[in-house]
Design a protein around this ligand. Sequence first.
Ligand SMILES: NC(=O)c1ccc[n+]([C@@H]2O[C@H](COP(=O)([O-])OP(=O)(O)OC[C@H]3O[C@@H](n4cnc5c(N)ncnc54)[C@H](O)[C@@H]3O)[C@@H](O)[C@H]2O)c1
Length: 353
Amino acid sequence: MRFADPQRLTPFVADIFRAAGSHDDEARQIAEHLVSANLTGHDSHGIGMIPAYLLHLRDGFVHPNRQPVRVGGTEPFSVFDGQMGYGQPIANAVTAEAAAVAKRHGVSVTTLRNVQHVGRIGAYGEQLSAQGLLAMIFVNAVHAVSCVAPFGGSEPRLMTNPICIAIPGPQPVLLDFATSAIAMGKTRVAYNKGVPVAPGRLIDHEGRPTTDPAVIWEEPKGALVPFGEHKGWGLAFVAELLGGVLAGGPDSSEAPGQPRGLVNGLFMIVMQPDRLLEGGVFAQTAERLTAYVKSSRAADEANPVRVPGEPEQAARQARERDGIPIDETTWRQIVHGATALGVEPPSFPERDA
Ligand SMILES: NC(=O)c1ccc[n+]([C@@H]2O[C@H](COP(=O)([O-])OP(=O)(O)OC[C@H]3O[C@@H](n4cnc5c(N)ncnc54)[C@H](O)[C@@H]3O)[C@@H](O)[C@H]2O)c1
């Protein structure tokens, strides 16, 4: 493993996107988002995405330096089209607009369609909760080849459709997960490391349970299963309806097999919590509730009860201190892309993970 200093990694990643045609600000926003995903422990949505983004650029699916265009809705409703630009800068801009509208009206309801991969949805939730806003975000993802089988199905029909709920407070809550039993990127990380995934996450091409991540990355392809059986499947389907169909963008039933990069659609409700419960009562009571649930004695002392968002905070502290671990395959793929663009990779110390 290499351990990368985030302060040196971020400008290197920005240099790659700048060399690939993005303006400074766009390259910086993509780099900051990817490195921040690694810092929060979500390597599946960190710099390991760079090779895929460069392929999408080469194939003409993502267009540098596009801005979101407002195409409909009357405040507090807004409909944005991402013009197939890079997801992170476009979703950052739309999130900022959703926050501004929620501050004017108490609530905003926003959709974003036709945007390439927006990355870790929690990043947008964090931006909103840092401003005292509560957010619920449902996202669909569309790719030429789907990877998640419906509950009870043996062939994939959807992607990993993430959902994020961000709640502000002294201990901000960030619930942010893929609706598959494992995120697609985590199967890539396991495949690159040559390790199995936990049981109950994957099926092979005949619908049989397996722990081998190769079923996602090699033919014949299997599928991820939804988390939480029929309940997770229900959330995945709802995210497709809201993030895809209601946002007016593509959904997984539209031209399956058509190459299009990795397209996301977002449905976002943002609100000021004190419009419902005034005088900081919500924050105070949430603090009491948090302390109460965390008072449950841990079944395993090494793993105390935590609330959603705490694992990401802990990972950030540890990785800012110790560096971001990058496996050999991922680093080789990134260096290959960088070198082809004339960007010199920095060197980072290697040690056992
Ligand atoms: N853009 C896309 O198309 C797309 C698609 C899928 C996933 N994603 C992103 O991938 C990332 C990873 O998703 P994932 O499903 O692998 O996440 P995950 O399984 O690691 O779950 C993360 C969530 O669970 C919480 N959590 C973890 N351990 C906990 C514990 N012990 N106690 C309490 N809460 C705990 C975390 O705080 C977080 O809210 C997310 O950021 C998601 O937005 C993006």
